[in-house]
Design a protein around this ligand. Structure first.
Ligand SMILES: Nc1ncnc2c1ncn2[C@@H]1O[C@H](COP(=O)(O)OP(=O)(O)OP(=O)(O)O)[C@@H](O)[C@H]1O
Ligand SMILES: [Mg+2]
Length: 251
């Protein structure tokens, strides 16, 4: 199997509380892995340490042959990892289109010279980014929302937008933190169908989700964690029937 992400013996504690306890796992290219576990198990913390939002106490994280351990979020994003947040973190007073434009890797405004000299190259990048952003909105069937404020979208549409922002970054690995929690069944199906397509585009996904039916529907493999530890790993069927998993949920 072609290994994309390798997490080795990661530990993270918060004031005596072990959020990650010697956690190791591997994610292969073009696979969708479900990350499940009870509230407080450490799932979002794992996303935070992979993406550099939280520093680990010990352990090692490799992505695509690069050691990304405790590198900053923007550097890790440039390596090709993008994420959504459980609380979305869209820029609510900006339009849908502008939220997507901010997610592109090539940002002409990042270089000072481009702020002062709006040359042809800058205009071309802006034109290409806008074209791609509009294509992504079309793909997600919300083209008509392009010029609305993110704040005015329904909760389900905001969740969809946060995934579109992730897609715009051209990341090879997408970390999706509860992308379908609290939304209607039609939007759930739309988001799951977008996730299912990602391996065909050369992308891998880690999906944190409490909805086991959805996990079974889209994930090739499932990892169950509890109290910062990996307890079980396998197909969704294997994990569901693992006595250690049943016990953890009954506790
Ligand atoms: N920034 C932080 N500061 C202090 N404690 C934290 C922080 N982030 C997480 N924790 C603690 O670490 C543990 C794991 O939290 P985490 O958010 O990773 O769980 P989770 O599996 O994502 O849960 P949920 O399903 O409820 O989202 C919890 O006990 C939580 O209170
Ligand atoms: Mg969480």
């Amino acid at each position: 199997m072609d290994n994309l992400l390798k997490i080795q013996n990661c530990n993270k504690h918060f004031e005596g509380n072990k959020a990650l306890d010697d956690f190791s796992c591997e994610i292969n290219r073009n696979e969708i892995v479900g990350l499940i576990g009870p509230n407080g198990a450490g799932k979002s913390t794992l996303f935070n340490v992979i993406t550099g939002f939280i520093l680990i106490d010990s352990g090692k994280i490799n992505f695509d042959k690069n050691n990304i351990t405790n590198k900053g979020p923007s550097k890790i994003n440039k390596y090709g990892i993008s994420r959504t947040f459980q609380d979305l973190r869209l820029i609510r007073q900006m339009t849908v289109l502008d939220n997507i434009l901010l997610s592109f890797k090539k940002q002409p405004g990042e270089h000072l010279e481009n702020v002062f000299f709006q040359n042809k190259k800058v205009k071309n990048i802006e034109f290409e980014n806008k074209k791609k952003a509009l294509e992504l909105l079309k793909y997600a069937c919300i083209s008509e929302k392009a010029y609305e404020l993110a704040n005015d979208l329904s909760y389900g549409q905001q969740k969809l937008l946060s995934i579109i922002c992730c897609l715009a970054s051209d990341a090879q690995l997408l970390l999706l933190d509860e992308p379908i929690a609290g939304i209607n069944p039609a939007m759930i199906e739309k988001i799951l169908s977008i996730i299912t397509e990602l391996p065909k585009q050369g992308r891998s996904v880690i999906l944190i989700e409490h909805n086991m039916d959805a996990v079974s529907q889209v994930c090739n493999r499932v990892i169950f964690m509890d109290a910062g530890k990996k307890i079980s790993e396998g197909t969704s069927e294997e994990v569901r029937n693992d006595p250690r998993v049943i016990e953890a949920y009954l506790d």
